[in-house]
Design a binder for this molecule. Sequence first.
Ligand code: ZN
Length: 255
Amino acid sequence: MQKVEVIEFVKNGRVFELKPKDFAGRRMTIDEVEMIFGAFAAFWQYKGELNPQKPHALLKSGLHSNGFINCRAVLDYPHLCMILANEMKKAIEEKYPRESLQQIGGIASSAYSALDLGFCLAYLFSQDFNKKIKHIIVEKDTDGNPTMVRGGLDLNMKVLVINELMTTKAGSTWETKKAIMECNGNDPGPDIFSRSFVLMHRSKDFELADGSEVVPVFYFDIENYEPNDCPYCRAGSEAIKPKIDNNWNILHGKA
Ligand SMILES: [Zn+2]
Protein backbone atom coordinates (compact mmCIF):
# COMPACT_ATOMS: atom_id res chain seq x y z
CA MET A 1 0.00 0.00 0.00
CA GLN A 2 1.24 3.48 -0.80
CA LYS A 3 1.79 6.10 1.89
CA VAL A 4 -1.12 8.26 0.69
CA GLU A 5 -3.48 5.31 0.93
CA VAL A 6 -2.37 4.50 4.47
CA ILE A 7 -2.93 8.09 5.53
CA GLU A 8 -6.41 8.08 3.93
CA PHE A 9 -7.24 4.83 5.76
CA VAL A 10 -6.26 6.28 9.13
CA LYS A 11 -8.06 9.56 8.44
CA ASN A 12 -11.23 7.63 7.67
CA GLY A 13 -11.14 5.71 10.94
CA ARG A 14 -10.00 2.47 9.28
CA VAL A 15 -6.74 2.07 11.19
CA PHE A 16 -7.69 -1.47 12.28
CA GLU A 17 -7.94 -2.54 8.65
CA LEU A 18 -4.21 -2.00 8.17
CA LYS A 19 -2.03 -5.10 7.97
CA PRO A 20 1.73 -5.66 8.30
CA LYS A 21 1.80 -6.54 4.59
CA ASP A 22 0.45 -3.08 3.70
CA PHE A 23 3.99 -1.90 4.49
CA ALA A 24 5.74 -4.71 2.60
CA GLY A 25 8.88 -3.79 0.67
CA ARG A 26 9.34 -0.49 2.46
CA ARG A 27 9.60 1.05 5.91
CA MET A 28 6.64 2.83 7.48
CA THR A 29 7.34 6.57 7.31
CA ILE A 30 7.39 9.08 10.16
CA ASP A 31 4.21 10.70 8.75
CA GLU A 32 2.41 7.38 8.85
CA VAL A 33 3.44 6.51 12.39
CA GLU A 34 2.45 10.02 13.53
CA MET A 35 -0.97 9.52 11.90
CA ILE A 36 -1.46 6.13 13.53
CA PHE A 37 -0.47 7.42 16.99
CA GLY A 38 -2.54 10.52 16.36
CA ALA A 39 -5.62 8.33 15.87
CA PHE A 40 -5.20 7.27 19.53
CA ALA A 41 -4.42 10.78 20.86
CA ALA A 42 -0.96 9.36 21.52
CA PHE A 43 1.23 11.80 19.61
CA TRP A 44 1.74 15.52 19.59
CA GLN A 45 4.68 17.65 18.51
CA TYR A 46 5.14 21.42 18.57
CA LYS A 47 5.17 22.46 14.92
CA GLY A 48 6.66 25.65 13.58
CA GLU A 49 8.40 28.54 15.30
CA LEU A 50 8.10 29.48 18.97
CA ASN A 51 4.82 31.28 19.40
CA PRO A 52 3.39 32.74 22.64
CA GLN A 53 -0.12 31.80 21.42
CA LYS A 54 0.79 28.12 21.05
CA PRO A 55 1.15 26.19 24.33
CA HIS A 56 3.65 23.39 25.01
CA ALA A 57 3.40 20.24 27.10
CA LEU A 58 3.78 19.79 30.83
CA LEU A 59 4.78 16.15 31.33
CA LYS A 60 3.96 13.89 34.29
CA SER A 61 7.63 14.13 35.29
CA GLY A 62 7.15 17.89 35.77
CA LEU A 63 9.41 18.63 32.79
CA HIS A 64 8.25 20.79 29.93
CA SER A 65 8.40 19.45 26.38
CA ASN A 66 7.78 20.22 22.74
CA GLY A 67 6.41 16.74 22.22
CA PHE A 68 4.26 14.01 23.74
CA ILE A 69 4.20 10.30 22.88
CA ASN A 70 2.08 7.70 24.66
CA CYS A 71 3.05 4.30 23.25
CA ARG A 72 0.82 2.30 25.53
CA ALA A 73 -2.31 3.80 23.97
CA VAL A 74 -1.33 2.15 20.67
CA LEU A 75 0.64 -0.93 21.72
CA ASP A 76 -2.19 -2.18 23.94
CA TYR A 77 -3.88 -3.16 20.67
CA PRO A 78 -2.22 -6.41 19.49
CA HIS A 79 -3.21 -5.67 15.91
CA LEU A 80 -1.21 -2.42 15.82
CA CYS A 81 1.51 -3.77 18.08
CA MET A 82 2.13 -6.51 15.50
CA ILE A 83 2.36 -3.97 12.66
CA LEU A 84 4.85 -1.88 14.65
CA ALA A 85 6.84 -4.97 15.73
CA ASN A 86 7.09 -5.84 12.05
CA GLU A 87 8.55 -2.37 11.38
CA MET A 88 10.99 -2.88 14.25
CA LYS A 89 12.01 -6.22 12.74
CA LYS A 90 12.86 -4.45 9.47
CA ALA A 91 15.03 -1.90 11.34
CA ILE A 92 16.85 -4.75 13.09
CA GLU A 93 17.37 -6.57 9.79
CA GLU A 94 18.94 -3.44 8.31
CA LYS A 95 21.57 -3.46 11.07
CA TYR A 96 22.37 -7.17 11.36
CA PRO A 97 22.86 -9.81 8.67
CA ARG A 98 20.54 -12.79 8.74
CA GLU A 99 23.27 -15.13 10.03
CA SER A 100 23.69 -12.94 13.12
CA LEU A 101 19.96 -12.71 13.73
CA GLN A 102 19.66 -16.48 13.58
CA GLN A 103 21.54 -16.48 16.88
CA ILE A 104 18.69 -14.67 18.68
CA GLY A 105 17.61 -16.84 21.57
CA GLY A 106 15.64 -14.24 23.48
CA ILE A 107 14.16 -10.79 23.07
CA ALA A 108 14.10 -8.74 26.25
CA SER A 109 11.62 -5.97 26.97
CA SER A 110 10.51 -4.32 30.17
CA ALA A 111 7.29 -3.93 32.11
CA TYR A 112 4.85 -2.71 31.19
CA SER A 113 4.71 -0.64 28.04
CA ALA A 114 7.30 -2.63 26.05
CA LEU A 115 6.00 -6.10 26.92
CA ASP A 116 3.56 -6.57 24.06
CA LEU A 117 6.09 -5.23 21.57
CA GLY A 118 8.74 -7.70 22.79
CA PHE A 119 6.23 -10.55 22.64
CA CYS A 120 5.20 -9.69 19.06
CA LEU A 121 8.81 -9.31 17.94
CA ALA A 122 9.86 -12.64 19.48
CA TYR A 123 6.89 -14.24 17.72
CA LEU A 124 7.86 -12.73 14.33
CA PHE A 125 11.52 -13.77 14.54
CA SER A 126 10.58 -17.21 15.84
CA GLN A 127 8.22 -17.72 12.93
CA ASP A 128 10.74 -16.40 10.40
CA PHE A 129 13.63 -18.56 11.60
CA ASN A 130 11.57 -21.60 12.63
CA LYS A 131 13.30 -21.72 15.96
CA LYS A 132 12.59 -21.23 19.60
CA ILE A 133 12.90 -17.61 20.67
CA LYS A 134 11.89 -16.60 24.14
CA HIS A 135 10.31 -13.33 25.15
CA ILE A 136 12.21 -12.25 28.26
CA ILE A 137 10.13 -10.12 30.59
CA VAL A 138 12.12 -7.64 32.66
CA GLU A 139 9.96 -6.90 35.67
CA LYS A 140 9.78 -3.74 37.73
CA ASP A 141 11.30 -3.65 41.20
CA THR A 142 9.62 -1.99 44.19
CA ASP A 143 10.95 1.37 43.00
CA GLY A 144 9.20 0.89 39.66
CA ASN A 145 12.39 0.34 37.66
CA PRO A 146 12.79 -2.62 35.29
CA THR A 147 15.62 -4.55 36.96
CA MET A 148 14.40 -8.10 37.55
CA VAL A 149 14.54 -11.21 35.38
CA ARG A 150 12.88 -14.03 37.26
CA GLY A 151 14.97 -17.20 37.49
CA GLY A 152 17.96 -15.87 35.54
CA LEU A 153 18.86 -16.83 31.98
CA ASP A 154 20.67 -19.60 30.13
CA LEU A 155 24.18 -18.49 29.18
CA ASN A 156 23.76 -19.94 25.70
CA MET A 157 20.82 -17.71 24.92
CA LYS A 158 21.89 -14.63 22.96
CA VAL A 159 19.63 -11.72 23.85
CA LEU A 160 18.39 -8.74 21.88
CA VAL A 161 17.24 -5.76 23.96
CA ILE A 162 14.37 -3.59 22.77
CA ASN A 163 12.23 -0.81 24.18
CA GLU A 164 9.11 1.06 23.09
CA LEU A 165 10.35 4.57 23.95
CA MET A 166 13.62 6.21 24.88
CA THR A 167 14.12 9.63 26.41
CA THR A 168 17.49 9.38 28.17
CA LYS A 169 20.54 7.11 27.90
CA ALA A 170 20.19 5.98 31.52
CA GLY A 171 16.43 5.33 31.35
CA SER A 172 14.45 2.12 30.96
CA THR A 173 16.27 0.94 27.80
CA TRP A 174 19.55 0.91 29.72
CA GLU A 175 17.91 -0.58 32.80
CA THR A 176 16.49 -3.40 30.67
CA LYS A 177 19.94 -4.15 29.26
CA LYS A 178 21.54 -3.95 32.70
CA ALA A 179 18.91 -6.34 34.07
CA ILE A 180 19.96 -8.91 31.44
CA MET A 181 23.66 -8.38 32.22
CA GLU A 182 23.01 -8.96 35.93
CA CYS A 183 20.24 -11.56 35.70
CA ASN A 184 22.39 -14.42 36.99
CA GLY A 185 23.59 -12.56 40.08
CA ASN A 186 27.31 -13.08 40.63
CA ASP A 187 27.51 -15.53 37.72
CA PRO A 188 28.03 -14.24 34.19
CA GLY A 189 25.00 -13.14 32.21
CA PRO A 190 24.15 -14.23 28.65
CA ASP A 191 25.58 -12.68 25.50
CA ILE A 192 23.73 -9.53 24.42
CA PHE A 193 23.57 -8.04 20.93
CA SER A 194 25.63 -4.83 21.04
CA ARG A 195 22.86 -2.70 19.55
CA SER A 196 19.57 -2.03 21.31
CA PHE A 197 16.47 -1.01 19.35
CA VAL A 198 13.85 1.58 20.29
CA LEU A 199 10.50 1.98 18.53
CA MET A 200 9.87 5.65 19.34
CA HIS A 201 13.15 7.43 19.97
CA ARG A 202 12.71 10.93 21.41
CA SER A 203 16.20 11.44 22.76
CA LYS A 204 19.39 13.26 21.94
CA ASP A 205 21.20 10.09 23.04
CA PHE A 206 22.02 7.44 20.47
CA GLU A 207 23.86 5.31 22.97
CA LEU A 208 23.14 3.80 26.37
CA ALA A 209 24.98 4.49 29.63
CA ASP A 210 27.58 1.83 28.71
CA GLY A 211 28.36 3.54 25.38
CA SER A 212 26.57 0.86 23.29
CA GLU A 213 24.60 1.92 20.22
CA VAL A 214 20.85 2.53 20.22
CA VAL A 215 19.02 2.28 16.90
CA PRO A 216 15.73 4.17 16.54
CA VAL A 217 12.96 2.66 14.45
CA PHE A 218 11.32 6.10 14.40
CA TYR A 219 13.24 9.18 15.51
CA PHE A 220 11.58 12.37 16.78
CA ASP A 221 13.27 15.67 17.44
CA ILE A 222 11.61 16.22 20.81
CA GLU A 223 13.24 17.77 23.85
CA ASN A 224 12.41 18.04 27.52
CA TYR A 225 13.28 21.08 29.61
CA GLU A 226 13.47 21.96 33.29
CA PRO A 227 10.61 24.40 33.94
CA ASN A 228 13.06 27.15 34.93
CA ASP A 229 15.10 26.66 31.78
CA CYS A 230 12.44 26.23 29.11
CA PRO A 231 12.74 28.21 25.87
CA TYR A 232 8.99 27.86 25.26
CA CYS A 233 8.14 29.46 28.62
CA ARG A 234 10.68 32.21 27.91
CA ALA A 235 8.88 32.92 24.63
CA GLY A 236 5.60 33.30 26.52
CA SER A 237 4.07 29.93 25.60
CA GLU A 238 2.04 28.26 28.35
CA ALA A 239 2.89 24.74 29.61
CA ILE A 240 -0.25 22.56 29.84
CA LYS A 241 -0.93 18.93 30.73
CA PRO A 242 -1.76 17.21 27.42
CA LYS A 243 -4.49 14.83 28.56
CA ILE A 244 -6.72 16.87 30.86
CA ASP A 245 -9.72 19.08 30.09
CA ASN A 246 -9.67 20.29 26.51
CA ASN A 247 -5.88 20.53 26.42
CA TRP A 248 -5.38 17.90 23.74
CA ASN A 249 -7.41 19.92 21.28
CA ILE A 250 -5.72 23.12 22.41
CA LEU A 251 -2.27 21.63 21.72
CA HIS A 252 -3.45 20.60 18.28
CA GLY A 253 -4.76 24.08 17.57
CA LYS A 254 -8.34 22.74 17.34
CA ALA A 255 -9.81 24.61 20.28
ZN1 ZN B 1 8.00 25.56 29.47
